[in-house]
Design a protein. Structure first.
Length: 171
């Protein structure tokens, strides 16, 4: 209950921030865990919602929310929404360690794309300084930031937010 209330307040504040900084995300390029570069334009602003989560493989709340994000991704990846992960080192927020992120992704059966980043690069695609992990940035269908939330989220929270913005009945 308190978690949902905090998320609702964060969404309202995030909407205010997003209305000020709703420009499309810059086309940042990050490497995946195989070392292949990917442009954000491959994932964001392609007619579907993008739920971008910044996380660290040693961050307890990040680990806890992974099944929620994977479930959301599995249910929506071929439809109106997708998940994109950007790993950072935890607790330094420095550059993610490729081997550590690859092992985590394998151990936790992460099926959504995971890119390697750091707090400095977050300011370019997240529109603000990275305050903590996990941080979720939801981009609308056109690629503008709709909301930014620091702290854990659930699948239900994401679905309700997108449904509200799309004007649909929430599940």
């Amino acid at each position: 209950m308190i978690r949902n209330l905090l998320f609702a307040v964060s969404l309202i504040l995030g909407c205010l921030v997003a209305s000020v900084a709703s420009a499309a995300s810059p086309d940042v390029t990050l490497n995946d865990i195989q070392g292949k570069p990917h442009h954000f334009s491959e994932y964001i602003g392609r007619g579907h919602w993008t739920v971008l989560v910044v996380w660290g493989p040693r961050c307890p709340p990040c680990i806890e929310e992974m099944p929620e994000l994977q479930g959301f991704h599995d249910d929506h990846k071929d439809g109106k929404a997708r998940v994109l992960g950007v790993a950072v080192d935890f607790p330094t927020f420095g550059q993610a360690k490729r081997d550590e992120v690859a092992k985590f992704s394998e151990d936790y059966l992460i099926g959504f794309p995971v890119l390697l980043g750091n707090a400095e690069i977050f300011t370019r695609f997240g529109g603000a300084e990275l305050q903590g992990v996990p941080t979720t940035v939801i981009y609308d269908r056109k690629g503008a930031i709709a909301v930014r939330h620091t702290g854990s989220v659930t699948r239900d929270m994401i679905e309700r937010f997108i449904a509200k913005w799309d004007g649909e009945a929430a599940p």
